[in-house]
Design a protein around this ligand. Sequence first.
Ligand code: HEM
Length: 221
Amino acid sequence: RGAEWSSGPKRWFHEENLVMCAVDLFVAGSETTSTTLRWGFLYMAKYPEVQGKVECHEEIDRVNGQSRQPSLADRADMPYTDAVLHEVQRIGNIVPLSLHRTAMCMLSLFQGTEIIPNLTSVMFDKSEWETPDTFNPQHFLDKEGKFVKRTAFIPFGAGKRVCLGENLAKMELFLFFTSLLQRFSFSFPAGVMPSMEYSLGVTLNPAPYEICAVPRQPEHH
Ligand code: HEM
């Protein structure tokens, strides 16, 4: 790509670019969101009291009931669910070393220096989080139960090259998570011990797990 730029004419759209765009859509655009959701349902099964607050006692039933599909406009009225999703992203930490970058100009770094941002060190920082190693949605809630932003929440990276799909991902996560929790309760099959094992592939994935999705209210036909 470097050669192409330096020896013009500048061609931005060519086969390699097209292939990489398709890869981006599948890996960056879909694997990340589905992995986050898999962490989310795992944590819901492990912490039924948190799940209960999201789905029935508090938010989804109050804001949406059982008949209306959740929409993005509901997010502002669902601070607890929003906090749960943020906490799933923090502790799920699916892109622990962000994307590798190369310094392009001489600042305090030599040009060409490889940079590996360590997002884990920020999202588990003991001086930033009250209980860094525990799944705790209160990290994102104030005393009145309102949602609070945290500067150390950086699952999408930071700065000029922050994740391009951040807003899309947040929308997708909210809609899939709330729609599924509106309809189902998630629990582990009898006798199955919850495991929080993970493997690091393209993203940091929960180990394959068995889970029961039990309809919350039988459909009446
Ligand atoms: C939960 C979901 C996602 C997470 C955790 C995530 C995380 C990240 C991270 C950590 C980076 C590197 C940012 C940096 O260098 O500071 C990144 C870059 C990127 N992401 Fe995402 N991402 C997610 C979803 C998506 C989606 C849905 C899309 C597109 C539809 C997307 C497209 C991209 C692209 C194109 C870049 C490169 C941006 C650049 O180099 O300027 N991501 N993402």
